[in-house]
Design a protein around this ligand. Structure first.
Ligand code: ADP
Ligand code: ASP
Ligand code: MG
Length: 437
């Protein structure tokens, strides 16, 4: 997310906050994800929960996702009609998922005698740029939402969607209802922002695949951001970035029970005691190696500019040490390897094959079926030997490491997808993530 996305929102936050600060009342933004609104029975459960909170006197903005599976179903239908459906129409199509749930929840609340109003993203003032399917929020104009709140209504907002200044419907990228909730909480200066989902909070690893995973009581924005960016889909990464920028403290918790969840907030000194907070796994990745690339200025720039222009997101770029002996006509050559989501492989192939034919590289190697395993923790800043410890644990589990990259609070390795869960288990055990209280 670029700074321009966040910069403009400042003004609106200040503007939107005035009314609420003076009234000093319990004002909550809640978000219910797809599984929490998967069918009418669950929508009724959500309605009960919202009604209960309203009866206690809270004012509420409730953001909802599409019923689980609906967004995927819509995507599949469109792709069945066209291999590359137009993004403008895809946005129009996908935005219907959230609108259905919004209207149904408002109706369920009205049936309980609670004044409620359903709004699309556009009606709720979510203004975005024109990048269809992964639009950035340009500003949020909260006037209409505030007017409904003043009239005592619960405002139900369709997540994941917005509208450009020109009136085009846009969506905010997969998982984007989290961003809608965080942005509204920031702009309206909510007292609490609660993200309701199908697990009890943020865990030390995906609880569905790692049975030893443990719920984390509190986690810093930076750790949550790294986990979310590396496969922990419990929060959309962009929404965490937004929350950090505007200091929105939020809680991730279950919509199926009353247990306290995970608080995501600014880091505190005590958080540094934990070296590794969590482990994530990003599956369905592919690895591309360009063999024999000329080792001179401008080559990588040309290659990756072309890849970026083709709209392909690459990650973990590694360039090998130059090999002067092996090069054509004795010229220095190198190999470049990078990873990308497997679904982008066809696109990158289309771009790279002509690049190789025109002499840009000697050969390309494609490898599917790889995954990225990451360990994340702000404690890594002040502890040494964490990478070595991870490598030892993977070696003991006989997991081969294909690529390595490190940053201040994260270590990522590429492994065979098949070995992914075994690798997560080994890392989880090594850093005693299941044991701590
Ligand atoms: P929602 O539809 O509520 O937005 P998501 O499916 O987007 O829910 O995210 C919740 C899922 O994230 C969980 O069901 C869980 O399998 C997955 N997940 C992955 N990593 C983690 C983690 N570290 N902690 C909790 N959940 C995780
Ligand atoms: N329905 C959208 C998705 O499946 C947005 C969301 O659920 O947050 O990605
Ligand atoms: Mg989600």
């Amino acid at each position: 997310m670029g700074n321009e996305e966040l910069g403009k929102v400042n003004f609106w936050i200040w503007y939107g906050g005035i009314g609420w600060q003076s009234k000093n009342m319990a004002f909550l933004v809640q978000k219910y994800g797809g599984t929490s609104v998967a069918n009418l029975e669950r929508i009724q459960k959500v309605a009960e929960r919202v009604a209960e909170s309203r009866r206690k006197g809270n004012r509420l903005v409730v953001v909802v996702s599409a019923m689980s599976g609906v967004t995927d179903g819509l995507l599949k239908m469109a792709r069945g009609l066209h291999a590359e459906p137009s993004e403008r129409e895809m946005d129009l199509l996908m935005a219907t998922g959230e609108q259905t749930t919004t209207a149904l929840l408002a109706i369920a609340l009205q049936a309980r005698g609670i004044a409620a109003v359903a709004m699309t993203g556009a009606q709720a003032g979510i203004v975005t740029d024109g990048t269809h399917m992964k639009a950035r929020i340009a500003n949020v104009s909260p006037k209409a939402v505030q007017a409904h709140l003043r009239l005592g209504r619960v405002v139900i907002v369709a997540g994941f969607q917005g509208q450009t200044m020109e009136g085009q419907v846009t969506t905010l990228g997969r998982g984007g209802s989290d961003l809608t909730a965080i942005a509204l909480a920031a702009v309206l200066k909510a007292k609490r922002c609660e993200i309701y989902t199908d697990v009890d909070g943020v865990y030390t690893a995906d609880p569905r695949t790692e049975p030893g995973a443990r719920k984390i009581a509190e986690i810093s924005y930076d750790e949550m951001l790294e986990l979310a960016s590396t496969g922990a889909k419990v929060m959309q990464a962009r929404s965490v970035e937004f929350a950090k920028k505007f200091g929105v403290v939020f809680e991730v918790r279950s919509s199926f029970n009353r247990a306290r969840g995970t608080m995501v907030k600014e880091e505190a000194k005590s958080m540094e005691r934990v070296v590794v907070r969590g482990v994530s796994l990003e599956k369905s990745q592919a690895k591309v190696t360009l063999v024999g690339v000329a080792d001179r200025p401008g080559v990588a720039a040309k290659l990756f500019t072309g890849i970026a222009k083709a709209g392909i997101n690459v990650d973990m770029i590694v360039q090998n040490i130059s090999l002067p002996m092996g090069g054509r006509q004795g010229k220095a050559q190198t190999d470049i390897t990078f990873t990308l989501p497997r679904e982008e492989l066809a696109k990158v192939r289309k771009f790279l094959e002509p690049f190789v034919r025109s002499g840009g590289a000697r050969q390309i190697l494609f490898k599917e079926g790889v995954a990225k395993l990451s360990v994340v923790g702000i404690g890594m800043r002040s502890h040494t030997g964490v990478a070595a410890q991870l490598f030892r644990a993977l070696a003991a589990a006989r997991v081969n490491i294909q690529m390595i990259s490190t940053s201040e609070i994260k270590i990522t390795v590429v492994v065979d997808e098949e070995a992914g869960s075994k690798a997560v288990r080994a890392a989880h055990r090594e850093f005693r993530l299941g044991k701590r209280v």
